[in-house]
Write a protein that binds this ligand. Structure first.
Ligand code: ADP
Length: 744
């Protein structure tokens, strides 16, 4: 729409045969039409260069149209060139376009995300060395044994190190021969060799119940059709061991199919990757936020060509250009990090199930605390349901006790400062330290204090132009907005009233608990495990190693540490504030709290030693606390399921959130009210709003929200599309549609 019309090209239009629909790698919402020049053949999924305004851009062919269907042929420009990038397989293209429609994202925007790796320039080809044809050069040089060995070896081009190694000489010998003109440099072939995972490298020795679970999975796999499975087993029961055997089965039985293992980003640690490597004997291709650009491009291409058969990755790995997936595993399927909250909003678990259906594949959803969606699907028989009820070996689930903080309020410290650990928990910590075992104190709050306020004027320190408190980080001496990333030095005087030394820290974060631990247990070696202390894979690996080596007695952790790790000597887990996640009116607050606390308490007693967990709570009667204390998962799910069913909320209904935002609050309010007037009257669909969004102001943008609830049999997307088409939205107002919002 923003392009100026191209001057017609008479020569070209005479020969025009077909219209090609192209998604360009530029911020264009819809596919654009181009003409297929004579002599060029193209298929859907091929890559092209096309003109866009005055620029030339990359694009992907997604389909064709006959010229008759086109209104104004004279304005259409031609495809300029075809690129030799690996073609996007049909199943992947279909999946991407479907996902764009499902998430109500324009196809151009959605596919741009899927094709991002192609914007990375290809790595320059590696150089290799090979013998020149010139005999004279060879006769002129002084010959040594080492040099002769190189001459005998360099009959085909080889990289410097490979050649030196094969000839048994130092790399200096090879370089010297190149200078003498005996060897010359050539580009090595581009075709990459991917070492193939070996399903028989190190098979697991499954225990009886794991073996039975594996047999059931095999039966599902043998259907050679879409087969969704819930692999439901307590933490430490060996779900990973079992699904890796299914991966091996598939690699063995279907040499053309690919396998994807999805993990929450946070769980993609060296420990998990090491486990895969040990099982399959090769380094497995990994896909997540922190891989290098070079690898990103290589893996994308390797997957498209079908050379990469096994991928382990975070949610975006779902959008690699697989030819055909034979098996998808979604580990920790309940995990909130599968929900993409920026750009196109999608839930990777739900889309994984769709992709499996498209490819007629098995999809394993593994969890100790399944999402209510998945559990309901299993209960209703839509998914196969395989359970593992026992921890592997002699490991037992921990004993869990509740401490009512209304009764057991912690005493004040020596200087009158507030404390957060109750006497009961302190007693357990002392006993654990005496046994020389480890303690994990869990508090899902980074920094020192979630709120800083002025005791003189009562002003709360908030983020500029944002409806959010600044969090005090004492280690760095700063106040930080966890939403926008804004940070400032902690001021000495109140910026509001100017009072001296009047700012006080309210509530605890992990740093503050560390302070209390140092005061109470000066001998114990204590450390914080959060995204602040372990900003990258290396620092987190080194902290994990130190915990495993027993160099740390008390770990104070946010959820960065609560998942996936097995610390054999960790026998006590203390939950500092079990009620934290229950505050606020979020639909999934209870479910998420239950899952998080079950995971966190599940860290205790993973191996030989029995574990214990202590939950500090002000609401011991809450169904979440009761279910945890009595190890009665079913009671919690029954309660949660009933309350959702009454309200016809997911999974018993469907939900979408529409977030409108603008700098101009009046404009936003006016348009929100106007949009409300156009809500279509449809049976089985309710719209709530407009209301202030939970974060009503972010970075100077005001935010309003509508929630759409639909009965399960209604087409929610069609309803939203129909509604939004009824009224034109001013450009100054941004709209985000979130189908199946996760937290709100
Ligand atoms: P989950 O995925 O259910 O939490 P894991 O597969 O991580 O369980 O297993 C928990 C621990 O028990 C891991 O350290 C794993 O290596 C070990 N384990 C589980 N099953 C077996 C088995 N059959 N043989 C040996 N070790 C096992």
């Amino acid at each position: 729409k923003t392009m100026s019309p191209a001057p017609p090209d008479p020569l070209f239009n005479e020969k025009l045969t077909t219209i090609v629909k192209v998604v360009v790698l530029a911020p264009m919402a819809e596919a654009l039409d181009y003409a297929l020049p004579v002599g060029m053949s193209l298929a859907a999924g091929e890559h092209v260069i096309v003109p866009l305004g005055h620029a030339k851009v990359r694009g992907l062919v997604i389909g064709f149209e006959t010229p008759e269907a086109h209104e104004d042929l004279s304005r259409i420009k031609g495809v300029l060139a075809k690129l030799d990038d690996p073609i996007v397989p049909e199943a992947s293209l279909t999946f991407w376009l479907w996902a764009a429609g499902w998430t109500l994202t324009p196809p151009g925007i959605f596919l741009n995300g899927c094709l991002r790796a192609l914007k990375i320039p290809r790595a320059a080809p590696k150089q290799g060395y090979v013998l020149t044809d010139e005999q004279p050069a060879r006769q002129k040089i002084r010959m040594t044994k080492a040099r002769q060995a190189v001459l005998d070896t360099a009959l085909v081009p080889m990289g410097l190190c490979d050649l030196a190694m094969a000839a048994g000489v130092s790399t200096g010998v090879v370089s010297a021969l190149e200078k003498e003109g005996v060897l010359h440099k050539v580009d090595l072939a581009r075709e990459e060799v991917w070492p193939q995972p070996n399903p028989d490298f190190a098979p697991a020795r499954l225990n009886d119940s794991q073996g039975a679970a594996h047999q059931l999975l095999r039966m599902e796999q043998d259907k050679h059709a879409f087969a969704p499975v819930l692999l439901d087993g307590v933490t430490g029961s060996g779900k990973t061991e079992v699904y890796l055997e299914s991966v091996a089965d598939l690699l063995r039985s279907d040499p053309d199919a690919q396998v994807l293992i999805l993990l929450p980003e946070i769980a993609l640690t060296q420990a998990v990757l090491g486990r895969l490597e040990a099982r399959f004997g090769v380094e497995v291709a990994q896909w997540h936020a922190n891989i290098s650009n070079g690898n990103r491009r290589r893996i994308w291409e390797g997957v498209a060509k079908g050379h990469v058969r096994l991928v382990v990755g975070a949610r975006s790995a779902l959008f690699l250009p697989y030819q055909r997936l034979g098996l998808i595993v979604v580990d920790e399927e309940h995990d909130g990090s599968y929900k993409q909250e920026e750009g196109a909003r999608y839930h990777a678990r739900d889309l994984a199930v769709f992709r499996a259906r498209l490819d007629g594949a098995m999809v394993i959803l593994a969890s100790a605390t399944p999402s209510l969606e998945t559990l309901t699907n299993a209960e209703k028989g839509r998914y196969a349901w395989i359970r593992l009820e026992q921890r592997h070996g002699t490991a037992q689930l921990p004993d869990i006790s509740l401490i009512d903080m209304k009764v057991h309020t912690p005493a004040k410290g020596g200087r009158g400062e507030q404390m957060w650990l109750s006497d009961t928990l302190v007693g357990e910590i002392i006993a654990t330290l005496r046994r020389q075992e480890q303690v994990l104190l869990f508090l899902n709050r980074r920094g020192y204090a979630p709120l800083v306020l002025c005791k003189a004027c009562g002003e709360k320190m908030t983020s500029p132009n944002t409806d959010s408190w600044l969090v005090e980080h004492r280690a760095s001496g700063r106040l930080v907005c966890h939403l926008t990333g804004f940070s400032m030095r902690k001021p000495k005087t109140c910026p509001h009233c100017g009072a001296q030394d009047s700012l006080i820290s309210v509530g605890p974060g992990v740093e503050r608990i560390l302070e209390e631990v140092h005061a109470r247990f000066p001998e114990a070696r204590a450390e914080v495990f959060s995204s602040d202390t372990t900003p990258d894979a290396a620092s987190s690996a080194s902290l994990i190693k130190r915990i495993e080596d027993n160099e740390i007695d008390i770990i104070i952790a946010t959820q960065a540490a609560a998942k996936g790790h097995n610390f054999p000597n960790l026998t006590l887990v203390g939950i500092v504030d079990a009620d934290l996640g229950l505050k606020g009116g979020d639909l999934r607050a209870a479910e998420r709290t239950f899952q998080l606390l079950a995971q966190a308490t599940g860290r205790a007693g993973r191996k030989l030693k029995p574990g214990k967990a202590v939950l500090q709570t002000y609401t011991p009667e809450h169904p979440v606390m009761q279910a945890l204390a009595h190890q009665d998962r079913d009671a919690f799910y029954a309660y949660e399921s009933m309350s959702r069913e009454i309200a016809k909320f997911p999974p018993f209904g469907r939900l979408a959130a529409l977030i409108l935002s603008a700098k101009d609050q009046n404009l936003l309010n006016r348009f929100s009210r106007e949009l409300a007037l156009f809500i279509p009257n449809t049976e089985g669909v309710d719209v709530y709003g407009p209301a202030d969004a939970p974060l009503a102001l972010v970075r100077g943008q005001w935010r309003k929200r509508f929630l759409v609830r639909a009965d399960r049999n209604r087409d929610l997307q069609a309803f939203v599309n129909h509604w939004l088409a009824a009224i034109k939205r001013p450009n100054a107002i941004r709209l985000v549609v979130d189908i199946d919002p996760y937290s709100f």
